[in-house]
Design a protein around this ligand. Structure first.
Ligand SMILES: C[S@@+](CC[C@H](N)C(=O)[O-])C[C@H]1O[C@@H](n2cnc3c(N)ncnc32)[C@H](O)[C@@H]1O
Length: 194
């Protein structure tokens, strides 16, 4: 990995952990993925011919950087959506610091509204790490914008099992999708759209 990106990821990892333990009234929790989830996403993306990633839930850009670092000198791209005013500013500064701005488009808005505007089968990989109470409502559009034979990865499948239980049941009942929970980081739910 590019050493300056590796240094930035290490810095953001420490910042996120420290920030979320000592969170102050005026600073939001980062709720970043764990380092091994970043490595896992990176391996999946690196080993496939993914060209157009959608991430829902940018926070300060930690997971986006794990994704976008694989796109250097390629025409692949990640689009990321974040609703929080302060976090999107932090994320954009971090994309600049990582020198990855060219590979990232960030949208400051509600993911539900964003999804409604996207054309069918636009993305060939989706990373969902946002407000879990919306996942069932968003599912129709998430599935619509995902290409066939592509993956969607959902974080917090173990850490917040109850909150995602109905969503997981919904996908497991679909004949058009294969899925599996993998115990990496906070638990990732992997969905394959057949
Ligand atoms: C778990 S954090 C994302 C962490 C990030 N993926 C990372 O690992 O660095 C979830 C994020 O989703 C954002 N979020 C919550 N509801 C949202 C919505 N309706 N639309 C877009 N973003 C939303 C939150 O502000 C928060 O930053």
């Amino acid at each position: 990995m590019d050493t300056s990106i590796e240094r930035l990821l290490n810095e953001l990892e420490s910042f996120g952990l420290e920030n979320d333990i000592n969170v102050k009234e005026d600073s939001p929790k980062m709720k970043n993925i764990t380092k091994d989830t970043g490595q896992f996403l990176s391996l999946l993306i690196k080993s496939s011919k993914v060209k157009n990633v959608l991430e829902i839930g940018t926070s300060n850009g930690y997971s986006t950087i794990w994704i976008a670092k694989n796109f250097i000198n390629s025409d692949a791209h990640v689009t990321t959506v974040e609703i929080d005013d302060r976090k999107i500013v932090m994320a954009r500064a971090n994309f600049r610091r990582a020198n990855l701005e060219k590979y990232v488009t960030s949208h400051h808005e509600d993911a539900g509204a964003f999804l409604k505007r996207q054309a069918n089968e636009t993305f060939d990989f989706i990373f969902l790490d946002s407000d879990r109470s919306h996942y069932i409502d968003w599912w129709e559009d998430l599935n619509r914008v995902l290409q066939r034979n592509s993956l969607m990865i959902v974080d917090n499948a173990n850490s917040h099992r109850e909150e995602v239980a109905d969503f997981i049941k919904l996908i497991q009942s679909s004949e058009s999708h294969d899925s599996l929970i993998v115990s990496v980081g906070k638990g990732v739910f992997i969905i394959h759209k057949n």
